[in-house]
Design a protein around this ligand. Structure first.
Ligand SMILES: [Zn+2]
Length: 330
């Protein structure tokens, strides 16, 4: 499918190496790529997932690191999942967008009707992963981005996840967003998508660690793993510091909640921004022109408007090219 990759867009240099996960590929659950450890003691069931998109390598590096270090739950259970192995197997740094998925985006298939249909490789993989997602109380899903950007922690609209992001004290930018209209993300599946009053103890976060090919994305993935696992209580801070030296980075100097108010959807592949935005740009005045949507100016809808994840790499009719957000200091 030619729509998957825009070869005309300039691509930043890809310097994060491909991790060799062959030693960890089989898993220990009967499902390829999925590891599950049970302390035998009460506690949360905590899950960390990577490679939901096959070209997002930082999470695979972090999971490999957790496995190599022998991290095990002291309480509760810990699940580690390499998700879209078929797509990852096709990874090529010179065309990294081409291995985001094989048939369709795995992070839009998290509806039982789609999973049960089983008519694409991603839906069949979602079916294999579903029992592990269902049993998890807390989920951290590790991703990276098309463009260079500061890390973004996506909480969904549930306040419980924003509170967890605040308790983790990093990264600086937290995105409160409702997901995508073309499907459901893993972090919004089942109990994770319920409002606070009905969701019990569940928490789910999606970390966008920076550009796919930036080695710094790996540091972010490692740091977020430590913070998330520590908050979940399945492994204590002391054991994490001993087993994963150098993984925890300094706390963010401050944290902003960026509440997404709406997307800008391209009307054609001619969409252009007026400057090379990389995300998190702040526009003080409403009505500032930021782009051209095939001849129609795109303006900021309110004062102090922030751009979230601008990208024209996959721009075509119907594709979100940027989202507007209102920011609040936590
Ligand atoms: Zn992703």
């Amino acid at each position: 499918m030619s729509t998957r990759m825009d070869t005309t867009a300039a691509s930043p240099g890809f310097s994060l190496p491909v991790p060799d996960i062959s030693a960890w590929r089989a898993g220990n659950t009967g499902v390829e790529g999925v590891w599950h450890f049970d302390s035998g003691k009460p506690g949360r069931s905590t899950m960390v997932s990577a490679l939901v998109h096959g070209n997002e390598l930082c999470g695979a590096w972090a999971l490999k690191g957790l496995l190599e270090a022998g991290v095990r739950p002291e309480q509760g259970r810990l699940t580690l999942a390499f998700c879209n192995l078929d797509a990852f197997d096709r990874f090529d740094a010179s065309q990294h967008d081409a291995s985001r998925f094989t048939d369709e985006d795995l992070n839009r298939q998290w509806l039982n009707e789609r999973i049960d249909a089983g008519d694409t490789r991603e839906r069949r993989r979602a079916a294999a992963l579903r029992p592990f997602v269902q049993q998890a109380d807390w989920l951290l899903d590790i991703h990276s981005m098309h463009e260079p950007s500061a890390p973004l922690l996506l909480t969904g609209v549930q306040p419980r996840n924003l509170a967890l992001a605040h308790a983790m004290r990093s990264p600086e930018h937290i995105v409160v967003d409702a997901g995508h209209k073309d499907g459901v993300r893993m972090r919004d599946y089942g109990r994770f998508g319920l409002p606070d009053a009905e969701a019990g103890d569940t928490r789910s976060l999606l970390i966008e660690c920076g550009f796919h090919g930036d080695p710094a994305s790996l540091q972010v993935a490692q740091d977020q793993c430590v913070r998330f696992i520590e908050q979940s209580g399945v492994v204590g801070a002391q054991a994490l510091a001993q087993q994963l030296p150098g993984w925890r980075m300094p706390d963010a100097p401050r944290q902003w909640a960026l509440e997404v108010t709406g997307p800008v959807v391209a009307t054609s592949s001619a969409f252009r921004f007026v400057a090379p935005y990389t995300g998190l740009e702040l526009f003080e005045k409403a009505g500032t022109v930021i782009g051209d949507n095939d001849g129609v100016p795109v303006t900021t809808p309110y004062d102090n408007c922030v751009l979230v994840m601008p990208s024209v790499r996959q721009a075509r009719a119907g594709v979100t090219v940027v989202r507007f957000a209102q920011r609040t200091l936590l």
